[in-house]
Ligand binder design. Structure first.
Ligand code: UD1
Length: 335
């Protein structure tokens, strides 16, 4: 049985991916520094799958600790989620973002090189495309200069992986996520935003739950059907399954290049107002919202062309926006 290291495996996307890995028959070892999650998530994963993953609390910026982990653990592949991800914060603390998001990546790849470990999956983002000139966004769309330090860490991260994969024969896939939302159907794991949520769906569910007074809709003067910005919201379980598909592609040596990247979305764009309406339907609760000005750095519209990911990964989304929103609401009610 293959043993896979999942860094950031107690985070939102990481925890859902650990569950899917275990369901697919992989042994999992998690590294997490618990900076944006809690150890309770490990118990929740165990409740869902009936099998406790191995766990190490390690800060991946500490090179000796990374080395020590690999001295004591044999793994057949790595899925690397551990990273800071708040766009606004990344502009205030650029050096912390570069240090955390890039030094950890380099240390992991060095261990892979030194120990002949293959199979690396990287959490990237559709933010690398900026406002693409054509929609839906294919993998051929050019990478644009990053609008944020966070986005830049994803672009530079992909470049580091590409260079390392060519030089050291490490097969790697970057998954460029669109907007992950929702929670596992067991409602035992989900998104745990610290403080005031920056992303739309946690803000929506917290507003419906009465934790926030009202949702601010950032701009209704975009050139879209109803004036609000359009995104591609993907159920986190569908996204988690894309990681298993990517890992299997590498393990089975079905990859065409040593470094590949795929767009992971649903292929459908939804506006903020469409999301609000769908949420009200899924939850049966009216949402208190008001239209305010645009948020700096936001783009008009982004949704994926999933043709290549569907074909090459032999994967497609199975869950609807309504299901995703209903699960996010159930998760909120449980908090
Ligand atoms: C944001 C990041 C992106 C990152 C992703 C991670 C920015 C500019 N982009 O994407 O780089 O990869 O999160 O999940 O921060 N909205 C509101 N009111 C709110 C919150 C959001 O109207 O209170 C709107 C936004 O303007 C946007 C949509 O909802 O149109 C989605 O926003 P969000 O969930 O923050 O995701 P992105 O901005 O797409």
């Amino acid at each position: 049985m293959k043993r896979i290291l999942v860094t950031g495996g107690l985070g939102f996307i990481g925890s859902h991916t650990v569950v899917e890995l275990q369901n697919a028959g992989f042994n999992v070892v998690i590294i997490d520094d618990l900076s944006n999650t809690t150890l309770k998530v490990l118990d929740s994963i165990t409740e869902i799958t009936g099998k406790k993953p191995d766990f190490y609390k390690i800060d991946l910026r500490v090179k000796d600790d990374v080395k020590n982990f690999f001295e004591n653990n044999k793994v057949d592949g790595i899925i690397h989620f551990a990273a800071f991800k708040a766009v606004g914060e990344s502009m205030q603390k650029p050096l912390d973002y570069y240090e955390n998001n890039l030094s950890a990546l380099v240390y992991l790849l060095q261990e892979m090189r030194d120990r002949n470990i293959d199979n690396f999956i990287f959490s990237s983002s559709c933010t690398v495309y900026g406002q693409a000139d054509e929609l839906p966004i294919t993998e051929k769309a050019p990478v644009k200069k990053a609008e944020s330090v966070y986005g830049n860490t994803k672009q530079i991260g992909e470049e580091i992986i590409e260079d390392a994969s060519k030089a050291h024969g490490i097969n790697a896939i970057a998954l460029r996520y669109f907007n992950p939302i929702g929670a596992h159907e067991s409602i035992k794991i989900g998104e745990l935003p610290l403080g005031v949520p920056q992303n739309l769906i946690p803000f929506v569910t917290q507003t419906a739950a009465g934790i926030r007074k009202e949702l601010s809709v950032f701009g209704d003067d975009y050139p879209t059907s109803d004036g609000t910005a359009v995104r591609d919201y993907i159920h986190v379980v569908d996204l988690a399954k894309a990681h298993i598909a990517a890992l299997q592609r590498l393990i089975n040596k079905n990859n065409k290049e040593s470094f590949e990247f795929f767009n992971v979305g649903t292929g459908t764009g939804s506006s903020v107002l469409q999301v609000i309406k769908a949420f009200e339907k899924a939850s049966g609760k009216p949402l208190n919202y008001k239209i305010v000005g645009r948020r700096k750095g936001d783009i008009t519209a982004a949704y994926a062309d999933t043709t290549i990911a569907n074909k090459e990964l032999n994967w497609k989304t199975e869950k609807s926006l309504d299901e995703a929103l209903a699960s996010a609401w159930q998760w909120q009610l449980k908090q």
